[in-house]
Design a protein around this ligand. Sequence first.
Ligand code: UN1
Length: 497
Amino acid sequence: MKELRNFIGGTWRDPRGLKRFSSMNPADGRETVADAPLSGRADVDLAVEAARSAAPAWRTLPAPRRGEILYRAAQLIAQNKRRLGELVTTEMGKVLPEGLGDVQEAIDIAYYMGGEGRRLQGETVPSELPNKDCKSQREPLGVVALVTPWNFPIAIPAWKMTAALICGNTVILKPSSETPACAAALVEILAEAGVPPGVVNLVFGSGEEVGEYLMSHPGVDAASFTGSCNAGERLERVLAPLHRPLALEMGGKNAIVVMDDADLELAVDGAAWGAFGTSGQRCTATSRVVVHERVYDAFVSRLAERAGRMRLGNGLKPETEVGPVINERQCAKILDYVRVGKEEGAKLVIGGERITTGELQHGLFIAPTIFAGVKPTMRIAQEEIFGPVLSVIPCTSFDEAVSIVNSSRFGLSSAIYSRDVNITARAEKEFATGIVYINASTIGAEVQLPFGGWRHSGSGHPEAGGKGGAVEFFSKVKVIYRDYSGRLQKAQIDREA
Ligand code: UN1
């Protein structure tokens, strides 16, 4: 078991108080993975102070030099990929190939953001007046608070930290209490890569006591949160009077549309991977499939057959395809949705129960679950479940499919399987989500483009790279006009008519 401490001002420190909490292996509740401090407000104050004092030197270090530190971090994460991937699997439960993917995403973003150190573009545009320059440039926000979830315990902290750091901010990370060891391992690597003391700080503790206090701290300039919709909406209210930049990534109710001309085998692969990969615990997980009535029965029976064959187990075992869910509370919530689905009149085709036999008895395993005959308005088709539960909804046309896909308060990702180029082109335009996949599942975003949801899925400040991505959130734009005419020139006024 790992004994963790907070990381403040470049040193690993015990908190002021004595309270602690543990993270467990969800595949085997008898195994405690780590033990971490349940910090209090005084610890947050210290971390904010450390981040503030480190800020001036970090923001003035040239961005390409900050980038070099991120390259070193990327190399170190890559050297430790196996160890970190196994830690992800042990502490969070996802199967090892996905644990390694989680780590790979951190490597990718560290290289990407390292490269941003030589871009961080502003713009230069012509002036309407002679002998005058117009340009914009990016400046850091200052001290940023980052609160991250357990489902991508390496990748999401890496998305946020690397973007914040390259822009010249100093950071305080409050990771999920389900995955403290993953966060500590990543922060340890950043320190080893040469991030100076106080530039990255890590404070463990509860969302209410530490997370919210941190994000609304007077010494913090901006905050970024990924997690549940309820928590995000609460933060929006609490932080509104403070008027500070706030990025929220929240839930999803992501749909795949399967048209009657689709490659059905490919669509089954995509639905199984999207719905049951990571045990459905991605914000991009597929939780609805909208299937054309002409292929509906064939699709449901093939998918059920596939789901029935998926092997549940400890994600470290090579034969495991579906790992556990994160904790008892989530397990109970998922099973409650199964009850709701049955009561609403959907047909439970397969799964729907916790497996408590054999090797699985000590873990939190829920069988891949499929409901058929789901109506778009049912709760199981509207609410985020965050587990391996898939609702299959029939439709009679592409237009109907579009209206079902868009009849959600969420708008993170969507997908369509069809061989008709005209139909897929229309899907591209008409699906109202931040990410649209054509002939691929709803998961699998890459770091070089923005990652973010519409409507209740996010606040409109996407993560990751690309135009409109995280660099734009973690920096502010300053516009500079330089007049070298040596006389008073008046914009909009100095002209003939
Ligand atoms: C998440 O779902 O919480 O696109 C993040 C994907 C991953 C990131 C998912 N690259 O599924």
